[in-house]
Ligand binder design. Structure first.
Ligand code: AMP
Ligand code: MG
Length: 491
């Protein structure tokens, strides 16, 4: 099925544990990503649903697979845990895809590993479908992310608060190396493994760093920039990761680990959805400083590779990590300018962006719909006085002034009219995986074994920027509710 070429096996064997998945009772394929399969060089026509279910449940390994659980550590809500690791995931191997990119193929929920720490090694159907939907939606939004290749029911219950149907997700990633992977070896003062891991990551993700005068410094710089870009994109679409522990931060700069993540409806910078994030450590607006904090932890692990003199090493990497804020600001402002329809940059733009966000916050307006309504307003000026934008923000103090500033700023731009609206609609999605829709699709699957809402949502979210008249119900904001939305870790 795959042409495996697994370079992770070249790392010292203390980086992972080799083992087979634990078989399941009655595997049943519930979702398979045909486009992604083709990208990976698989012709889906060659495989029956049963064969796919057998392989992607872990009941039989595709030829050439060398399943392994990766070792990693991590800071969870600020506290260091020296050993986490793949407690329920197994890397089947790496493949080079049709575009020449190396990808990891991993089963999540494949049984107990040496890193399971009392867990059952399994995953429940709800969180598997949730990750499938959310990660594919992020991909369609153009945001770096792990992907979902398959979801398989195991035919076995998993015990959580109640018994739930068990499932296995097949996840595809640029790699599964995390900040926490480096921390695992730093905590053990295993400089040899750190050097090998750094070389692996550089060769795989940041080859230019190999030619730098100090490759490990260049590596930190590259990861800082990748994360600054990524978190900027999250904020632009209203995404809240929810559990930005260092073990959930990919050094390749992809969004990874879709446990309690969720998209914000009404704009509120302090939004927190995760039930375990009681202090709001991972709130929407805290994501940039938390990313910087995690990157400082990453940089610390590389100190011994940077300079024999610890003070000199700290000074060098501190400077690199402190560059995060500026890089984030740069990427974020570029993205927000595009959302407002600006193709050029001016000094006053940051204030114009903030002005709009202040309006959204004051009105508790829907983040996604408000930006989308701006697209209509550039095409049809009356939309600002009687259309959707007016409905969302018209009564908010400062609206008219802001509109005037925005129009004046747009007048100074070379692009105009229809072209501008088209460009704006390509960066302001109409469809996001809204919480009430995701919950509805999961409930239908769990309560009635009805996967049609999941499939419909997945299809519509695959084209988030396109108007899809049949799917107007999936674009709408949720009905008002008195109870704040809560998410739970998908364990
Ligand atoms: P997460 O919260 O999914 O990022 O996982 C944190 C740690 O707990 C990782 O080491 C996981 O492998 C482990 N873990 C999560 N769920 C389970 C489970 N059901 N069985 C074993 N280990 C788990
Ligand atoms: Mg994790």
């Amino acid at each position: 099925m795959f042409n495996f070429d697994t370079t992770y096996l070249d790392l010292p064997d203390r980086c992972y544990a080799r083992l087979e998945p634990t078989p399941v009772a009655r595997p049943e394929l519930i979702a398979f990503n045909l486009d992604l399969a083709r990208e990976l060089g698989v012709d889906p026509d060659d495989w029956s649903a049963d064969a796919l279910a057998t392989m992607f449940s872990g009941n039989a390994m595709p030829a050439g697979a060398t399943p392994l659980a990766m070792a990693y550590a991590g800071h969870q809500f600020g506290s260091f845990v020296p050993q986490l690791g793949d407690g329920r995931a197994l890397l089947l191997g790496e493949v080079v895809d049709r575009a020449g990119r190396r990808r990891d193929i991993q089963l999540k929920g494949a049984g107990i590993t040496p890193f399971s720490r009392g867990g059952d090694g399994r995953a429940a159907l709800g969180p598997v479908l949730r990750e499938y939907l959310l990660s594919e939606a992020m991909h369609a939004l153009g945001i770096p992310t792990t992907r979902a290749l398959a979801a398989v029911l195991t035919g076995e219950p998993v015990m959580r608060d109640t018994a739930l149907p068990g499932a296995v997700l097949t996840r595809v990633a640029a790699s599964h190396v995390r900040v926490g992977t480096f921390q695992y070896f730093a905590a053990r003062r295993d400089t040899e493994a750190l050097q090998r891991l750094a070389d692996h990551v550089i060769a795989r993700h940041y080859p230019a760093a190999a030619r730098a005068e100090a490759p490990s410094v260049a590596l930190v710089e590259a990861v800082v920039d990748a994360q600054a870009r990524l978190v900027a994109r999250w904020l632009e679409v209203g995404f809240i990761h929810g559990v930005m522990n260092t073990d959930n931060m990919s050094v390749a700069g992809e969004t990874i680990d879709y446990g309690p993540c969720a998209f914000m409806d009404a704009y509120a910078p302090g939004t927190v959805f995760s039930s375990i994030d009681r202090r709001g450590r991972y709130a929407y607006m805290n994501q940039p400083p938390i990313a910087a904090w995690n990157l400082a932890r990453f940089a610390e692990t590389l100190l011994p590779l940077v300079d024999a003199d610890p003070e000199a090493a700290v000074a060098r990497l501190t400077e690199v990590v402190s560059g995060f804020a500026g890089r984030f600001e740069h990427h974020w402002l570029a993205g927000m300018r595009a959302k407002l329809g600006l193709g050029t940059g001016r000094a006053e733009d940051a204030a114009l962006v903030q002005g709009f966000l202040d309006l959204l916050q004051a009105a508790a307006a829907d983040y996604t719909l408000s930006f989308r309504a701006l697209c209509d307003a550039v095409e049809e000026p009356a939309a600002a006085t009687e259309g959707e934008l007016h409905r969302l923000l018209g009564d908010t103090p400062g609206y008219a002034d802001w509109l005037e500033q925005w129009r004046a700023r747009l007048d100074g731009e070379p692009r105009s009219g229809r072209g501008r609206a088209t460009a704006m609609r390509a960066v302001n999605p109409l469809f996001i995986p809204r919480n009430h829709l995701v919950e509805g699709a999961l409930a239908a699957a769990l309560e009635r074994s009805d996967f049609a809402p999941f499939e419909r949502l997945l299809t519509v979210l695959g084209r988030p920027f396109d108007a899809q008249p049949d799917a107007a119900d999936l674009a709408a904001a949720p009905p008002p509710s008195d109870t704040p939305y809560r998410t739970f870790c998908g364990t």
